[in-house]
Design a protein around this ligand. Structure first.
Ligand code: FAD
Length: 522
C-alpha cells in the first residue's frame, strides 16, 4: 500500500513539474527526458477508460494513463520507471479486447497504444518490397488488423494469417498468437512476422528478427507482453485474392466431422494450389440459434431444416471451409472444391454455400458486432475459455465436456468453436505454448452473459478444466488466465525456464504487462 501511494505521488510530481515548467517555458533537460509526462493523465475519465476490458469481469485502476504521441514517449516512460527506486508497472493496452484484465496495470501506468494511431499521419502501415522478402507491410504495434487489410489491399496485397475478428491490435494478437481458420495452412500470425521494433523493459528500442537479436524476437512472439512493447512489426504479404467460396457442412457424428477436418487440413502447403485457405468448425445446439454474432451465415429459409436436425441429435457439428479465388481461378474454383469435398461424410443435403468478396469474408464478424452494439449487448461480461487440445483426446473431450457437461448444464447458447491445426506451422522457439502432438484442436467457448450470471459460465469453465485435469487431457490454454505462479509454471512446462530467463534479460524489474499475473501473481 505504501509502495502504491509512493508511485502515485511520484507520477503526480512528474505531471505537476512538467506542466509548470512548460507553462513557464523552462523545460529542464531532466524533465525534457520525460517526454511521456506531457501525455500523462490521471483524470477519473482517463483512468476509467482503461480499467475494464472486453471481458468486463476484471476491473483494475491504474495510477495514470499515458497517451503516447511517439515511440520516444514509450521509451522515456519505461526508462524513467526502470531507473526509479520504486519501478512502476507498465501495461501496453492495444484495443482492450482481452477478457481477464491482461492489459491492465493496477496502480501502475497503462500506455494507451491507440493514441499512436492519431499521430502517425498515415505512416502507421506502409507497404514495401525487397528482393529477399518480396512484399511486406511495416505495421505499428498499435494498428488494427482491419486497417492493415484496407491499407495493404490498396496495393493488391494482404497478410495471409488472420484472426476471425479484425478490430484487434497487431501488438495485442502478436503477444498471443493470432489464430483462425487460416492457421492450419499459413501458421498463426506470429509465424508471419519478419522483424519487429520492441521497447524492452529497460526502455531500449531494439530491432529484432530471427537473425538479429533473435532471443528478443522469439520471446516477444506469443510472449504475453512480458518482454517489451511492440512498436512495429514487419508482416509477410501475398497477392490479395478477390473473392471467396465459403461453405458449411453439418455432421451428426463427431468422429466423421473431425476425420473430415483432419483430411482437409492435411493439404496445407503454402503454395499448394488445391489446398483450402480456411477451415474451422463449431457446435450447433438446440439451446442456441445457428446464426450468431460471429457470422450470420445461414439464410433464414434454411433455419427450420437445420433446427430440426439439431433437435434430433442434440449436438450438430458444423465444418466451415473457404477457398479464395480471383479472375484467373474463377472458372476452376468450383471444380477444385468438388474434388476436395469428394467422399466427405456430412449429412446428406446439409451443405450450404456462399460467394462473397475477400474483404467481406475477412470482416465477417463486424456486422454481428454492430448489431449487438445497437442492442447494448456488446459490452456485457464475456466469461470465455479458449483451449488447445491434443488430437489423441478429442473423443474423450467430446463425451466428457460437450455431452456430459455443456449439454446437460444447458447454459451455453453462444459460439463454441472446434477446429484442428498443424503443429509444424508453429515455431517452438517462440513463447507461445501448444500441445505436444502433430495435430491439435482449438476449442473456444465464447460466452456472452448477463451482469449477474457470469459466475455460472465461469464455474462451467472451471469444471471443464477440472475434467481435463482429472482425465489426464493435457490441454494448453490459449489467451491463458491463471492466478498463481504455480499454474503458470505448469502452463509453460518445458518452456518455463527459457521464459523466466528471457524475463530476467529483457524486463529484469518485472514491470511489463502485470495484468497477465505471471510474475506479479495475486
Ligand atoms: P489488449 O487486450 O489490449 O492486450 C492484450 C495483451 O497484449 C496485454 O497483456 C497487453 O499488455 C499486451 N499488448 C498489447 N499491445 C501490445 C504491444 N504493442 N506490445 C506488447 N504487448 C502488447 N484471438 C485470436 O487469436 N483469433 C481470433 O479470431 C480472435 N477473435 C477475437 C474476437 C473478439 C470479439 C475478441 C474480443 C477477441 C478475439 N481474440 C482472438 C483474442 C484477441 O486476439 C486477444 O485478446 C488480443 O490480445 C486482443 O488484442 P488487443 O489489441 O485488444 O489487446
Amino acid at each position: 500500500m505504501a509502495e502504491n501511494s509512493s508511485i502515485t505521488i511520484c507520477l503526480m510530481a512528474v505531471l505537476f513539474m512538467t506542466r509548470l515548467a512548460s507553462t513557464l517555458g523552462i523545460l529542464s533537460p531532466r524533465l525534457q527526458a520525460l517526454d511521456f509526462a506531457r501525455n500523462l493523465h490521471v483524470e477519473p475519465d482517463a483512468i476509467k477508460s482503461v480499467s475494464s476490458d472486453y471481458g468486463n469481469i476484471v476491473h483494475e485502476n491504474p495510477a495514470a494513463v499515458v497517451y503516447p504521441s511517439s515511440v520516444e514517449d514509450i521509451t522515456s516512460l519505461i526508462k524513467f520507471s526502470y531507473n526509479n527506486y520504486t519501478p512502476l508497472t507498465v501495461a501496453a493496452r492495444g484495443h482492450g479486447h482481452s477478457v481477464g484484465g491482461q492489459a491492465m496495470a493496477s496502480n501502475g501506468v497503462v500506455v494507451d497504444m491507440m493514441s499512436l494511431r492519431h499521430h502517425k499521419n498515415g505512416t502507421g502501415i506502409t507497404v514495401s518490397k525487397s528482393p529477399s522478402l518480396g512484399f511486406y507491410a511495416d505495421v505499428g504495434g498499435e494498428q488494427l488488423w482491419i486497417d492493415v487489410l484496407h491499407s495493404t489491399i490498396e496495393h493488391g496485397f494482404a497478410p495471409v494469417s488472420w484472426t476471425d475478428y479484425l478490430y484487434l491490435s497487431a501488438g495485442g494478437t502478436l503477444s498471443n498468437a493470432g489464430i483462425s481458420g487460416t492457421t492450419f495452412r499459413y501458421g498463426p500470425q506470429i509465424s508471419n512476422v519478419y522483424e519487429m521494433d520492441v521497447v524492452t523493459g529497460k526502455g531500449e528500442l531494439v530491432t529484432c528478427s530471427s537473425r538479429s537479436n533473435s532471443e528478443l524476437f522469439y520471446a516477444v512472439l506469443g510472449g504475453l507482453g512480458q518482454f517489451g512493447i511492440i512498436t512495429r512489426a514487419r508482416i509477410a504479404l501475398e497477392p490479395a485474392p478477390k473473392r471467396v467460396k465459403w461453405v458449411r457442412m453439418l455432421y451428426s457424428d463427431f468422429s466423421a466431422f473431425t476425420r473430415d477436418q483432419e483430411l482437409l487440413i492435411s493439404i496445407n502447403g503454402r503454395k499448394q494450389k488445391n489446398a483450402l485457405d480456411y477451415l474451422e468448425g463449431s457446435l450447433l445446439m438446440a439451446q442456441g440459434p445457428p446464426n450468431n454474432w460471429r457470422s450470420s451465415f445461414f439464410p433464414s429459409s434454411d433455419i427450420p431444416k437445420i433446427m430440426s436436425l439439431v433437435t434430433q441429435h442434440a449436438i450438430i457439428y458444423c465444418l466451415e471451409a473457404a477457398k479464395y479465388y480471383d479472375d484467373e481461378t474463377r472458372h476452376t474454383v468450383d471444380k477444385d472444391l468438388q474434388q476436395l469435398f469428394k467422399g466427405l461424410s456430412f449429412v446428406d443435403g446439409f451443405m450450404f454455400e456462399k460467394d462473397v468478396s475477400y474483404v467481406d469474408f475477412l470482416n465477417r464478424v463486424r456486422s454481428g458486432e454492430e448489431k449487438l452494439h445497437s442492442q447494448g449487448l456488446w459490452d456485457v461480461p464475456h466469461p470465455w475459455l479458449n483451449l488447445f487440445l491434443p488430437k489423441s483426446r478429442i473423443l474423450d473431450f467430446n463425451k466428457g465436456v460437450f455431452h456430459d457437461l455443456v449439454l446437460k448444464r444447458n447454459i451455453t447458447t453462444g459460439v463454441v468453436l472446434f477446429y484442428p491445426m498443424n503443429r509444424k506451422k508453429w515455431d517452438d522457439k517462440m513463447s507461445a505454448v501448444i500441445p505436444d502432438e502433430d495435430i491439435f484442436y482449438t476449442v473456444g467457448f465464447l460466452h456472452s452473459s448477463g451482469f449477474d450470471d457470469w459466475q455460472a459460465y465461469d464455474q462451467q469453465n472451471k469444471d471443464i478444466l477440472k475434467f481435463c485435469d482429472q482425465a489426464g487431457i493435457k490441454i494448453k490454454q490459449y489467451l491463458p488466465l491463471y492466478n498463481s505462479n504455480k499454474e503458470w509454471i505448469s502452463h509453460f512446462g518445458s518452456k518455463w525456464r527459457t521464459f523466466r530467463e528471457r524475463k530476467a534479460q529483457f524486463d529484469p524489474k518485472m514491470m511489463l504487462s502485470p495484468g497477465q499475473r505471471i510474475f506479479n501473481d495475486i
